[in-house]
Design a protein around this ligand. Sequence first.
Ligand SMILES: [Zn+2]
Length: 125
Amino acid sequence: MTKAEKQITLVQVRTIMADDFKNFSKILGNVFCSKCGVTLFTAYRIFLHSSGDIILRGVCSKCGKKVVRVMETGENQAAAKRAEKIFNSKKSDGHKKAMTALEMAKRKLEKEMGFPGGAKELDAA
Ligand SMILES: [Zn+2]
């Protein structure tokens, strides 16, 4: 991942593509693998390039090779504008989710330790 790219969520893709988002599932099922030809992703992550293009990086469902699909959303001026806004936003949904997971893990640990709500007295060894 280069500095000109930022990982985004599916929700953000929908925001950028707007009406064109209806083609997104078609795009996911029409990926080119250098070994297998036309294939589809088994798993993928979404990145936004500073040019406004959306880059899908995933794994070929047939051979497991890494495949990349670039969606030239940057060519659409309205979409590029929305992409720019997302690209420049400080917090992404992914970041928020990671923070929540961290917070939850912290709370679970606190609960196991008897925090908060008064520390439990430890059994004497
Ligand atoms: Zn393949």
